[in-house]
Design a protein around this ligand. Sequence first.
Ligand SMILES: Cc1cc2nc3c(=O)[nH]c(=O)nc-3n(C[C@H](O)[C@H](O)[C@H](O)COP(=O)(O)OP(=O)(O)OC[C@H]3O[C@@H](n4cnc5c(N)ncnc54)[C@H](O)[C@@H]3O)c2cc1C
Length: 290
Amino acid sequence: MKGVLLKNEPLAKYTSWRVGGPADQMYLPENKDDLMEFMASLPPEEKIYWLGLGSNLLVRDGGIKGTVINTRGRLKVLQLVETDKVYAEAGVPCAHVARFCTDLGLTGAEFLAGIPGTMGGALKMNAGAFGGETWKIVDKVEVINANGQVSQRKAERFEVAYRSVKGLEDEWFVAVVLKLTKGESEISMQKIKALLEKRALTQPTNKPTCGSVFKNPPGDYAARLIEASGLKGYAIGGACVSKKHANFIENTGKATAADIEKLIDFVRRQVNELQGIILQTEVCTVGEKL
Ligand SMILES: Cc1cc2nc3c(=O)[nH]c(=O)nc-3n(C[C@H](O)[C@H](O)[C@H](O)COP(=O)(O)OP(=O)(O)OC[C@H]3O[C@@H](n4cnc5c(N)ncnc54)[C@H](O)[C@@H]3O)c2cc1C
């Protein structure tokens, strides 16, 4: 195998919240073939976790018992495959895809510019912003199973909803073919500029966060409900509800995953008590408590 295998690797340095205990082992594949070989070599009972840029992941302080496949800086093939179709492997950052499509004069992927994750993470989360959504532009995907076998699947085979995708069975995304529309580079560039400016104005983009912690309930906004519950600035340990955007939780420096998890639970309980709405988390929580 040509990739890098790390033992007892601390995960805090791979998550945007900068928290999380160690993984038993982490594999950084050299490329797709190498990943297939590595997956095939794992014992059938091994627990497998995937990590992109860790921008939507709360890893608990006790870490992960099992193998983490880390696609950061790996699986990074990005190419035009037909006049309006782009192939991107799972580790390609969303922002690179947005820029690549824009440079080619293809429109539809601009919203990806502001999502600080990989294409694999965007597929898993159906990431979206400003009206754009990942699965609205998916033509087909390549998935890998726990035996290291890769297969292709059309987008229609998945059940897609707001920040949710169903249809993976002990499988993970290794690549996607995006279907875009002919546009104009200059217009796409302006769109990207405007949406990045809007983000910087409304979100604490320079702080360690995981983006929106909760999904917006139908017909309302999680941020509005949290703010209306008087929770802006509320802190537990080193975790604090952002004063800039109430649906973000900031690590103010020394937060543990336990602080963040406690704050998430507290916010959920308060909003339920005061607004009568049970918020669902968007953030994925994995690993063991200490
Ligand atoms: C400042 C900030 C702003 C954000 N803004 C937005 C926004 O506007 N819209 C939005 O939707 N999200 C937003 N997010 C959240 C996050 O960026 C997205 O959910 C992103 O898609 C996560 O990608 P990732 O590569 O970081 O995934 P990770 O956080 O590493 O993983 C997220 C989940 O996907 C799984 N996963 C990762 N790779 C794969 C794969 N290849 N196959 C299968 N499963 C996989 C992981 O196991 C985990 O369950 C924001 C986050 C931050 C920090």
